[in-house]
Design a protein around this ligand. Structure first.
Ligand code: 5GP
Ligand code: ZN
Length: 137
């Protein structure tokens, strides 16, 4: 499971639990570069490497402890709320607040979740298509 790593970022990582096999934990510890959008003591926002909209930001907690939104909300509701607040702040900073944006938490295989470190997708910048359509066979 997780390994305890104390790292120093701009706002610091503090003493948090990271998993050296997780791509997002490697970003948090600075071993993989990412384009930072925002950072707080407990959250980190960066641009998705394969954007699905003109603006596509990922917002993650600085802990590997929660694989999905439901587990995060059950285990640390204040941190779940902070992710949502940060999404709103990032949307405003990216100029998305007026025309709107989408927040997505993929959960599990059928939703296409590939990284099991909870993350919020913030998508916007153009009108978005509908969602929830079955994958093409
Ligand atoms: P999921 O499919 O799990 O909901 O979302 C994972 C997201 O992480 C994908 O949108 C994918 O493009 C993004 N991603 C995967 N690896 C990297 C990386 O190394 N850097 C960045 N910035 N994004 C990544
Ligand atoms: Zn992780």
């Amino acid at each position: 499971m997780g390994q305890r790593i104390t790292a120093t970022g701009e706002s610091g990582l503090g003493d948090t639990t990271l998993d050296p096999g997780c791509i997002f934990c490697l970003i948090l510890s600075g071993k993989i570069p990412a384009t930072v959008v925002r950072e707080t003591g407990r959250t980190f926002a960066f641009r998705d490497i394969a954007p699905q909209a003109p603006t596509h930001v990922l917002i993650i907690p600085k802990t590997h402890a929660y694989p999905n939104a439901a587990e995060l909300a059950a285990g640390d509701p204040e941190l779940a709320a902070e992710l949502l607040r940060e999404a709103g702040a990032a949307a405003a900073a990216e100029g998305l607040a007026e025309n709107g944006y989408r927040i997505v938490f993929n959960t599990g295989d059928h939703a296409g979740q590939t990284v099991y470190h909870v993350h919020l997708h913030l998508l916007g910048g153009d009108p978005l298509g509908r969602f929830g359509t079955p994958a093409e066979q």
